[in-house]
Ligand binder design. Structure first.
Ligand SMILES: [Zn+2]
Length: 324
């Protein structure tokens, strides 16, 4: 059969019958489970967790929704992928141990690439392509702790950006941090397809904070209400503090306060502390006892992310300070 005669989608969401469906999507030796609530015509919201394997808030929330959520009437569909990056998740690592590639830098992916690129291509071409709206649930992972935020790609303008702002505002227990397009992310793939997207970053520390879980649960319900997929009264949203970064490096967390050398890290400024420029955020000790290097804040503001893993390599991000 010629390629053009093959069905476009392995699972065609427009042909799925109303109700709840569990499916597994596999191609090119990679795959994941997806859970579909299909109603009548309407928007298709795609939500996933574990783009990074050591981030457990998204998988925890979505597996609870798979177990408990029983909507009565739906206009459209909600498609949940609790664990997108299975090899990384089951290894308890941020990235797939087989190729060490970062899924959040691999979109839109390649069908003939490494496993992570093939996974990105499968998700992008087979699922994201069928969505009208997208949400990616991240966290600081095992090695970091952060002050939770929601966010989206800024600077694209028009209706898509307006919708993205409204989507991020649904996660109103968190502050909002929007930043420019950075290639390779899930949200960048949504952006290339003109699909409005939002993401959240939960606390992390290799754990799941109960408050964060309630916050993203309420946020997801608000988002589904905002899109009109469920009817009924909607929760009144609180105003969010919002920061819009113009420089892509500002929201590239792995670039902030790089470790000056290998060693042991001692964090000295807790999360959420307000610091002045030059304040000591932490200290790196070399294992031979010869070097002890303070890490000063490069700007004043609030500490929104800190490294929790004590072992560090030269260049590892140690802290993020944002002016507010
Ligand atoms: Zn992540």
């Amino acid at each position: 059969m010629a390629d053009s005669q093959l069905p476009k989608y392995l699972i065609d969401l427009s042909r799925v019958k109303p109700g709840f469906h569990r499916r597994r999507l596999e191609r090119d030796g990679v795959g994941f489970d997806l859970f579909i609530w299909r109603g009548g015509p309407g928007p298709v919201l795609l939500v996933n967790g574990a783009t990074h394997g050591d981030e457990y808030e998204g998988p925890t929330l979505l597996s609870r929704w798979v177990r408990d959520w029983r909507p009565k009437r739906l206009a459209g569909a909600v498609v949940m992928v609790p664990v997108l990056n299975e090899p990384a998740f089951f290894a308890g690592q941020r990235c797939n141990p087989d190729d060490r590639a970062n899924l959040a830098r691999s979109f839109p992916g390649k069908r003939r690439g490494n496993p992570t690129e093939r996974l990105a291509a499968l998700f992008d071409q087979q699922v994201l392509a069928q969505a009208t709206h997208y949400a990616d649930l991240h966290s600081a992972g095992a090695a970091y702790e952060l002050k939770p935020w929601s966010g989206h790609v800024s600077g694209i303008g028009g209706k898509v950006e307006r919708t993205q702002r409204e989507m991020s505002a649904c996660f109103d227990h968190f502050w909002c941090w929007a930043g420019p397009y950075l290639p390779g992310r899930t949200l960048s793939a949504a952006c290339l397809r003109g699909i409005p997207g939002t993401y959240v970053e939960c606390r992390g520390c290799g754990d799941v904070d109960g408050g964060d879980l309630r916050a993203i649960d309420e946020g997801l319900r608000s988002l589904i209400g905002l899109l009109g997929i469920t009817a009924g009264p909607r929760r009144r949203l609180r105003p969010q503090f919002t920061r819009i970064s113009r420089n892509a490096d500002d929201t590239h967390l792995q670039l902030h306060h790089p470790s000056p050398h290998d060693g042991l890290y001692i964090p000295l400024a807790p999360i959420n502390r307000k610091v002045r420029r030059g304040a000591i955020l932490g200290r790196v000790l070399s294992l031979d006892g010869k070097k002890e290097t303070d890490v000063p804040a490069i700007r004043g503001g609030r500490v929104v992310m800190i490294r929790r893993q004590r072992s560090v390599r030269k260049g590892d991000a140690l802290a993020v300070v944002v002016p507010f």
